[in-house]
Design a protein. Structure first.
Ligand code: RIB
Ligand code: CA
Length: 313
């Protein structure tokens, strides 16, 4: 089987953590490295969380620290969802795994420039690292096979009425990526809000009885508490893993190829992704926007990934 080579750029974060667990283990994916950005928590905490997940599950994946702030704006965090550590809930062993000395942006550039142009960039946090890499070495744009991102919304937002968190944190970075001309698949709130991690889903995964399923349970039970408290959601939407599920089985989402423009100028709508699904403005399409999701298939993919772990990892 030809494996999809990816770099996963993330801000763990509970749902990022599940995306890492899937990408690191599924046989159809070759996870070349994890690059980390501030978003759900500070960079120091998101890096620590990425290292904890890899160490806890014995994942032989390198982790690189990226930008501690958005390109221009001051950072904001999602402590109200992910907690003080950014990954509240599970208790990890003392951390011994170390972050790589190379900066995440340097790793992205070096890896892409040495490649055959067959690497997919997956982003599940603010796109600051990818945008910086594009600005520092524009030649990488031709070396990226596609970008699959969790972010945006054709409808309402989740950090403001207009904007989804990953885009809102760094709309300037998102603007750079969306205008790059790269093939982009956008898994936005329109579909991720349909994959809700109800207690029966947690119970289903916990029955697998391995280290990954137990970690999933410990993370998701905390995540559901804050989603209920913050949004009134019973069962938190499991946003980020949909990017990996899409790479494993493209049929998990239905997309519409349309023009998407990022608002990085206005006040009340800052960070909005304006998805012209009916081509009203007659502008060139630039993004494959996910407009529907096969929810049952999504959870089957999640379960199949967690089942790949043993009792020790
Ligand atoms: O809006 C949801 C996104 O913001 C997810 O990636 C979540 O991890 C947070 O980063
Ligand atoms: Ca994330």
């Amino acid at each position: 089987m030809e494996r999809t080579k990816i770099i996963l750029d993330c801000d763990p974060g509970h749902d990022d953590a599940v995306a890492i667990m899937m990408a690191a283990k599924h046989p159809s994916i070759e996870l070349l490295g994890i690059t980390v950005v501030s978003g759900n928590q500070t960079l120091q905490k998101t890096v620590t969380n990425a290292l904890h997940i890899c160490q806890h599950l014995n994942l032989d994946v390198t982790v690189y620290a990226g930008s501690p702030t958005p390109l221009i704006k001051d950072p904001i965090y999602a402590e109200f969802i992910h907690g003080k550590s950014g990954l509240d809930g599970p208790v990890f062993e003392p951390l011994t795994k170390k972050v790589e000395p190379m900066h995440a942006v340097s790793f992205i550039i070096r890896t892409l420039m040495r490649s055959e142009g067959d690497i997919t960039m997956v982003t599940t946090g603010p796109m600051t690292n990818l945008a910086l890499a594009m600005r520092l070495e524009p030649r990488i744009v031709k070396k990226i096979k596609q970008v699959v991102l969790m972010g945006g919304s054709a409808g309402s937002g989740n950090i403001t009425p207009a904007a989804e968190f990953n885009i809102f944190v760094d709309a300037d970075a998102a603007q750079i990526v969306f205008k790059s001309g790269l093939p982009i698949v956008m898994c936005g709130l329109d579909v991720t809000r349909k994959v809700r991690c109800y207690q029966e889903i947690i119970d289903r995964m916990d029955k697998l009885g391995n280290k990954a399923s137990t970690l999933f349970k410990d993370m998701m039970e905390f995540y559901n508490e804050t989603q209920l408290a913050s949004f009134g959601w019973v069962g938190g939407p499991l946003h980020d893993p949909l990017t990996i599920a899409y790479l494993i089985d493209n049929s998990v989402i239905e997309t519409s190829y349309c023009n998407v423009s990022v608002d990085n100028k206005s006040d009340v709508s800052y960070g909005r992704t304006n998805c012209d699904l009916i081509n009203f403005m007659k502008k060139e399409p630039n993004v494959h926007v996910a407009i529907d999701v096969n929810v049952d298939l999504f959870w089957d993919i999640i379960e199949s990934c967690l089942a790949l772990y043993g009792t020790e990892n």
